[in-house]
Design a protein around this ligand. Structure first.
Ligand code: ZN
Length: 197
């Protein structure tokens, strides 16, 4: 059997972040040993994602429609917006069942050194939502690391003129960490214990 075809998959998998050659090789050989239908469903999931998934027009969560399921849900508290870095953060916060407002996904965190300036994130879109009125509190749930902190203080400054409550989720979360990896109890406590910025 030609190794070229395996090599091709290894090279494709290596395009993913954090995956080096060794891991890519291991995954490729694992996929080779998988039942046909399981391997094809991975491929299909990638195709579906790229063909159907897009960002919500309002909050930049991932959706297959114009508005995501949270923005469309009329029983959510429209006066509260929780600001997060990535769509995956929304899933963890939703699991805590403690926040019933809406979200705003920044699609990253400020890091001027890496060229991530405020205009590269969905910050103007957040300001527009606040400007539109009806928002009483913005809960900043960016990651408890340098980029997340920088982003949180930038946003709190920029929202000051609007006279709304801007809070930051409390710690208990590991500093330097990622809310992605926080357990539900810790994250629930952090949301409950949020403080005003
Ligand atoms: Zn949305």
């Amino acid at each position: 059997m030609s190794t070229e075809i395996v090599e091709n998959l290894i090279n494709e998998i290596m395009k993913l972040p954090g995956i080096g050659r060794k891991t890519a090789q291991r995954l490729s050989f694992f996929i080779m040993g998988m039942p046909q239908k399981d391997a094809l469903s991975i491929a299909q999931a990638i195709i579906d994602l790229k063909e159907k998934a897009r960002f919500c027009r309002v909050c930049f969560n991932i959706t297959d429609e114009e508005l995501c399921s949270i923005c469309k849900n009329t029983s959510r508290d429209r006066g509260k917006i929780c600001v997060i870095e990535e769509p995956s953060n929304l899933i963890v916060i939703e699991k805590t069942k403690i926040f019933h407002g809406l979200y705003h996904v920044l699609l990253g965190a400020l890091s001027p050194i890496d060229g991530v300036t405020p205009d590269k994130l969905k910050i103007n879109e957040l300001v527009d939502r606040v400007k539109a009125g009806g928002v009483s509190e913005v809960v900043i749930a960016t990651n408890p690391n340098t980029k997340g902190e920088t982003t949180a203080s930038y946003i709190s400054q920029i929202l000051k003129p609007f006279g709304i409550k801007v809070t930051r989720i409390a710690y208990g979360l590991p500093i330097g960490g990622d809310i992605e990896f926080a357990d539900e109890v810790t994250l629930s406590k952090a949301i409950e214990g949020r403080r005003e910025l």
